[in-house]
Design a protein around this ligand. Sequence first.
Ligand code: HEC
Length: 148
Amino acid sequence: MKKTSFALAGLVALGAAFSASADQFEDAIQYRKAAFTLIKANFGPMGAMAEGKMPFDKAAFAARAANLEALAKMPWEHFIEGSDMGDTKSKPEVWSKAKDYKAEVDKFEAAAAKLATVAKGGDEKAMKAQFGATAKTCKSCHSDFKNK
Ligand code: HEC
């Protein structure tokens, strides 16, 4: 009797493990997209300020730059092996050219960290320049690793 219930528990656990791994890929895709959505939610207003479409507010810009520095670290752990299919715009090169992808990640993280530092300094011209440099790293990665 005891043995049967152990075996049954084992089967249930196995079933749970299988369904978890199927959901795992969908979750990973959702998490990384959510991170990019938040990145955009902070980057967009900075861009509007940098381009004069919104009044330049140094404190607001610096707060968003600090958010971006933290958010810039978040999408990457969710590019797990096997999450290249489904509702995703990631190109297969994310995985097949993992080294190049990592280089783009590093460039972006460094640019975002610098943007946060520059923004703390409060020099509007330098903030705009570093915003531009950071935007280039988004585009550079998207052109090689993201489908339109
Ligand atoms: C190192 C590569 C890389 C960098 C840097 C990068 N992205 Fe992306 N981004 C991607 C990939 C890959 C996807 C596709 C994600 C998916 O659908 O699986 C994506 C998707 C997105 C999306 C769409 C999310 C959705 O819901 O479909 C937005 C918006 C976005 N990125 C904005 C940005 C912005 C803004 C920056 C810079 C501030 C940036 N990204 C920097 C690789 C990058």
